[in-house]
Design a binder for this molecule. Structure first.
Ligand code: 4GY
Length: 245
């Protein structure tokens, strides 16, 4: 089968696969569930010094990535499947819905900026979507690209071991996760909630839903409001999401 295709345009291809080469994502890469191609933007430089940046028009600090170089790099991967995304704090924030949408497609191309960013004309000409991880500034898009990839990769069919299930976790339900416990049942004078030892699956499901709702209400009023406004009643969604394996 064709692997899910990740293409990353970067000035630092040596950063990849990085952490994505380890653990489940590394296994999935090795077994061909997904493929990774890095494109070194510097390979598309046109002068003898392989220049990729230049000073900003209008003045100010730092350097800007040259439109001709970045455009040539993008032209070299035009036939890759999926959308082209530019990792930038200016974009809408990545969420589980976009991660799932990307995972359901054939792949993604990620454009990683450095310095002060990329000449706006390339982004405009190619109508490139921007996606943000949140309201902070990284030194470059690479770490954000890895995080975005990780969030989609783990949703690929066949990524998880048989015992692990995604559909009762945080965000598939619109709720934050309920608390988790493992052995020993009593540790350091702290006991695991008795209901979890009861073997009463309906009570366990109800307790977990109640906990997830309380934590979401207390910590993330924005998620709580959305959850309460969900079509067809939150109960059904939550019940499905919280159902025992
Ligand atoms: N936050 N979410 C982010 C970022 C680095 C200079 C523009 C973020 O996604 N990416 O901070 N990226 C900057 C580096 C060019 C992107």
């Amino acid at each position: 089968m064709t692997p899910w295709s990740a293409t990353v345009l970067t000035l630092f291809p040596e950063m990849f696969p990085g952490p994505l080469g380890l653990s489940l994502s590394g296994k999935a890469l090795a077994t061909g569930l997904w493929s990774l191609e890095t494109v070194n933007i510097r390979d598309f430089a046109v002068d003898k010094h392989n220049t990729v940046d230049d000073t900003p028009f209008g003045g100010g600090p730092g350097m800007v990535m040259r439109p001709d170089v970045v455009d040539a790099a993008l032209a070299s991967v035009e036939d890759r499947p999926g959308p082209v995304l530019y990792l930038s704090p200016r974009g809408p924030v990545l969420d589980q819905a976009l991660s799932a949408e990307l995972a359901a497609g054939d792949g993604v191309t990620l454009l990683c900026g450095r310095y002060e960013g990329i000449d706006q004309r390339v982004l405009d000409k190619r109508n490139i979507r921007e996606v943000s991880l949140g309201d902070f500034v990284l030194s470059g898009g690479e770490l954000a690209a890895m995080a975005l990839l990780d969030a989609s990769l783990r949703l690929l069919p066949g990524y998880m071991g048989a015992e692990a299930s995604l559909d009762e976790e945080s965000f598939s339900s619109g709720l934050l996760e309920y608390p988790h416990f493992t052995r020993p049942a009593s540790w350091d004078g702290l006991d695991v909630p008795a209901v979890l030892l009861s073997g009463h699956h309906e009570n366990i499901r109800a307790w977990r839903l109640e906990q997830a709702e309380r934590i979401t209400r207390d910590r993330r009023p924005d998620l709580w409001a959305r959850y309460c406004g969900q079509e067809g009643g939150g109960d059904e969604i939550a019940k499905g999401a919280m159902s025992a394996r």
